[in-house]
Design a binder for this molecule. Structure first.
Ligand code: NAP
Length: 319
């Protein structure tokens, strides 16, 4: 007799737990799969490449690496591999760290004049004695598939579609579009103002066209009340290079979160002694967001896909 109410309470508690579990399941963010979306981009590119081949054009990409930074080497290898998989002409120019500026400029000039090369990328960062901005300015803007040449930066600001947009923000925008996340009219908060991610990201999403039209706020290391700003975002794009900086406290319930960050954190359990994490604390934020990119497997695969897309675009524009 005395135990019945208790049993009833337990049953009710159990029911609540099941319901809460279900709600938790429902409120888990949709995972934005960068690898799958990159594959879709490659499918489209294969069609475009076949059309170019029919006109006797084989898009060509040259990647120049100065020095032997292991991470840069790995990036260059994966770019070369992807070119080959797509049937692009790929040139991998590996120069010693002692290469002087004049020599590098001469190699860039050769590539500028090579009709078989439509895109040129000089892997960043070069050794300290190289003036990176002088190298970027020396590139033929029509072959600047990284989108760093001042002419391409101007074209992005002017909304001229013939320009090249840096691959990472272009990939992040594509993730939003492919995931059906409404950009137009949304409040997007971009964390970071670098020339490679933050600034072009903001410019892209504020463009007056159907893939833009967002209200964009950019925050950086000097921003006051950062969490208050990010909490008002419909879309958060984190590109600051700080491991798991964006916590649940920064995110409004139902916001979409794109994590550009790639950070190494020590991990004794891992064979390499470290693991990769983004700028977003995935576990807690994914319980609050409506959609989120993982790290790895989110923005990363899209960066290479967009490099390939820019190379194909350069080849098409060369006709
Ligand atoms: P960056 O050049 O170092 O710029 C970082 C930006 O974040 C700066 O604008 C900086 O502000 C801001 N910032 C730094 N700490 C902050 C803080 N505590 N609060 C607010 N803002 C802060 O970095 P990046 O090259 O843009 O790269 C950002 C991240 O994206 C890195 O993790 C990088 O590895 C990753 N990334 C990934 C890809 C990819 O393919 N997935 C490509 C490129 C970069 P200030 O301007 O005030 O200094």
């Amino acid at each position: 007799m005395h135990r019945a109410p208790h049993r009833q309470a337990s049953t009710e508690k159990l029911a609540w737990l099941v319901l809460a579990g279900r709600i938790a399941c429902f409120t888990m963010a949709k995972l934005i799969d960068g690898r799958a979306i990159a594959e879709k981009v490659y499918l489209e590119l294969r069609r475009e490449i076949a059309q170019l081949n029919a006109k006797s054009v084989r898009p060509g990409l040259a990647v120049v690496l100065v020095g032997d930074d292991p991470a840069s080497r790995a990036y260059v290898r994966s770019k070369d591999k992807m070119c080959r998989e797509l049937g692009l002409h790929s040139v991998k120019l590996e120069l010693p760290a002692s290469t002087i500026q004049a020599e590098l400029l001469a190699r860039v000039d050769e590539l500028n004049r090579d009709p078989g090369i439509h895109g040129i990328l000089v892997q960043s960062p070069p050794p300290e004695h190289i003036d990176e901005s002088a190298i970027v300015r020396a590139l033929d803007p029509r072959k600047d598939v990284d989108g760093f040449h001042p002419e391409n930066v101007a074209k992005l600001v002017l909304e001229d579609p013939t320009g090249f947009v840096p691959c990472t923000p272009l990939g992040a925008q594509r993730l939003l579009l492919e995931s059906g996340i409404e950009i137009s009219g949304a409040h997007v908060v971009v964390l970071g103002r670098s020339m490679i991610v933050g600034k072009p990201m903001a410019l892209l999403l504020m463009q007056k066209n159907k893939t833009g039209n967002a209200t964009v706020t950019v925050v950086h290391s000097r921003s006051r009340d950062l969490a208050q700003v990010t909490r008002s975002a419909d879309i958060i794009i984190a590109a600051i290079g700080r491991a798991e900086f964006v916590t649940a406290d920064h995110v409004r319930e139902g916001a979409a979160v794109i994590d550009v960050g790639i950070n190494r954190v020590e991990d004794a359990a891992s064979k390499r002694g470290y693991r990769l994490v983004g700028d977003v604390a995935f576990d807690e934020v994914s319980k609050k967001a409506s959609a989120i990119t993982p790290v790895p497997g989110g923005v990363g695969p899209m960066t290479i896909a967009m490099l390939m897309a820019n190379t194909v675009k350069a080849a098409k524009q060369s006709l």
